[in-house]
Design a protein around this ligand. Structure first.
Ligand SMILES: Cc1cc2nc3c(=O)[nH]c(=O)nc-3n(C[C@H](O)[C@H](O)[C@H](O)COP(=O)(O)OP(=O)(O)OC[C@H]3O[C@@H](n4cnc5c(N)ncnc54)[C@H](O)[C@@H]3O)c2cc1C
Length: 338
C-alpha cells in the first residue's frame, strides 16, 4: 500500500478489513504495476497465449525453453504464431476458475507436459445449488454467524460457522464459499439461521414462550433475531398460523420450529462449477516445487507462482496473498539463478 500510495493511489479499509482503492479503479493499479515493470527493463507482450513449452538443446547455448505462442491482433482478430526461447520460465497462469478472466487451466497442461504431477483441479469458493429450493423468495437475506453442517451417507463431513447469504437457487456467502470444495451433489446439509447456538435458541424460545403466553409465536421468533420474512416462513412450515399464540403451541410444533431455525434440512443439487468458482483447488503438486525459490525440483529454470499451484485459501484475501507471496519468492528465486 505504501508503494501504491507513493504513486498517488488512495485506499480505504472497509469494516470487514478489506482494502479497496477509493476510486474502485483496478486498471489504475494495473497500469502502475505494468509501468514499474517497463521502467525496470521488462518488455511486456499482451494478447498472447502460450500454447506449449518445450525444452531443446541449442549448440553453444545449452538447453533452453521454447514457447509456442498464439498472438491475437486487433482489430482484425487475426491470429499469428510466435516462438520464444528462454533460459527461465515462470508459469503464473492462474487456476481454471472464472475463465472469463483468462485463467482457463492452461498452466496445468503446460506443467504436466514438462513432467509435473497435477492434483486434480476442482472448483473452490463456489455457491451451492439446493434441490427444490424452497427459500428462493428470501434471496438476498444474509445471516451473521450462521451454521452449516454437511452429512454424506449419514456421517458428518463438516460443520462450520460464518456469514451466509440466501440466493435465488441456493446458498452463498463466505460460510458457503469456504466450505464448497468439501461438498458434493447429494450431500444433505443443515442450516442454522439463528446466530444463537441451537441449544440457546431452543432455551430462549421456551423461556420467551413461558413468559409471554399471549404473544404470537412468530413475534417470539422475531425477538430471537430472525428476519421477519424468514420468521414468518419458518412458522408456517412448522404449522403455525400467523396469529397462533405461544400458550396454544403444541410441543411437537415448537420443536419442529427450533429444528427449522437451527438445523434446516436441505439437499445439495450441485456445487457451482469453474464458471462461478472464485478459486481452484488442486494444481501443480507442491512437493515438486522448492518453496524458497518456487523453482521446479524436476526441471531446472522452471518456476511457478499463484493459483497454478496446489493450494486454495478461504475467502478474505488469502488467495491473493498466496499469489503475491509465491510471486515474490519466485522473483527472488529467478534473480538468484545465474
Ligand atoms: C470474482 C472473483 C473474486 C475474487 N475475490 C477474491 C478476494 O476477495 N480475495 C482473494 O484473496 N482472492 C479472490 N479471488 C481469487 C484471486 O483473484 C486469485 O486467487 C488470484 O487472482 C490468482 O492470481 P494468479 O496470478 O495466480 O492468477 P490470475 O489472476 O488468474 O492470472 C493468471 C493470468 O494468466 C493468464 N493466462 C492464463 N493462461 C495463459 C496462457 N496459456 N498464456 C498466457 N497467459 C495466460 C490469464 O489471462 C491471467 O491474466 C477472486 C477471484 C474471482 C474470480
Amino acid at each position: 500500500m505504501a508503494w501504491f500510495g507513493a504513486k498517488g493511489h488512495e485506499f480505504e479499509t472497509e469494516e470487514n478489513g478489506k482494502v479497496f482503492p477509493v476510486n474502485r479503479n483496478a486498471q489504475a493499479l494495473l497500469d502502475s504495476l505494468a509501468g514499474a515493470a517497463v521502467e525496470n527493463g521488462a518488455a511486456l507482450r499482451s494478447s498472447r497465449r502460450v500454447l506449449s513449452i518445450g525444452r531443446e538443446v541449442f549448440p553453444g547455448e545449452g538447453t533452453l525453453f521454447t514457447l509456442a505462442v498464439e498472438r491475437a491482433a486487433a482489430p482484425e482478430s487475426t491470429v499469428s504464431m510466435e516462438t520464444y526461447r528462454a533460459r527461465r520460465v515462470l508459469i503464473a497462469t492462474g487456476g481454471a476458475s472464472y475463465p472469463g478472466t483468462g485463467s482457463t487451466g492452461d498452466g496445468y497442461s503446460l506443467a504436466a507436459s514438462l513432467g509435473h504431477a497435477i492434483q486434480d483441479p476442482k472448483p473452490a469458493l463456489a455457491p451451492i445449488y439446493i434441490e427444490d429450493f424452497h427459500l428462493a423468495s428470501h434471496a438476498g437475506l444474509s445471516f451473521k454467524n450462521a451454521g452449516f453442517a454437511v452429512r454424506r451417507g449419514g456421517a458428518l463431513v463438516l460443520s462450520r460457522t460464518g456469514d451466509l447469504l440466501i440466493t435465488h437457487q441456493g446458498l452463498s456467502g463466505p460460510l458457503i464459499l469456504d466450505a464448497s470444495a468439501a461438498t458434493e451433489a447429494g450431500d444433505t446439509v443443515e442450516i442454522r439461521f439463528s446466530s444463537l447456538g441451537a441449544g440457546q435458541f431452543k432455551t430462549s424460545f421456551e423461556t420467551l414462550a413461558a413468559a409471554n403466553p399471549r404473544k404470537a409465536v412468530r413475534t417470539l421468533v422475531l425477538e430471537l433475531g430472525l428476519p421477519k420474512a424468514l420468521a414468518e416462513s419458518l412458522c408456517a412450515m412448522a404449522g403455525f398460523g400467523p396469529e397462533d399464540r405461544a400458550a396454544d403451541a403444541p410441543r411437537a410444533k415448537r420443536e419442529r420450529l427450533c429444528v427449522l431455525a437451527c438445523a434446516h434440512p436441505m439437499r445439495i443439487q450441485r456445487v457451482g462449477g469453474f464458471e462461478l468458482a472464485m478459486a481452484t483447488a488442486g494444481g501443480v503438486a507442491l512437493p515438486e516445487v522448492n518453496p524458497s525459490t518456487m523453482e521446479s525440483r524436476l526441471v531446472p529454470g522452471l518456476y511457478f507462482a499463484g493459483e497454478t499451484l496446489d493450494f486454495v485459501g478461504d475467502t478474505g484475501g488469502y488467495n491473493l496473498q498466496a499469489a503475491f507471496s509465491t510471486a515474490f519468492a519466485a522473483a527472488k528465486g529467478l534473480c538468484l539463478r545465474p
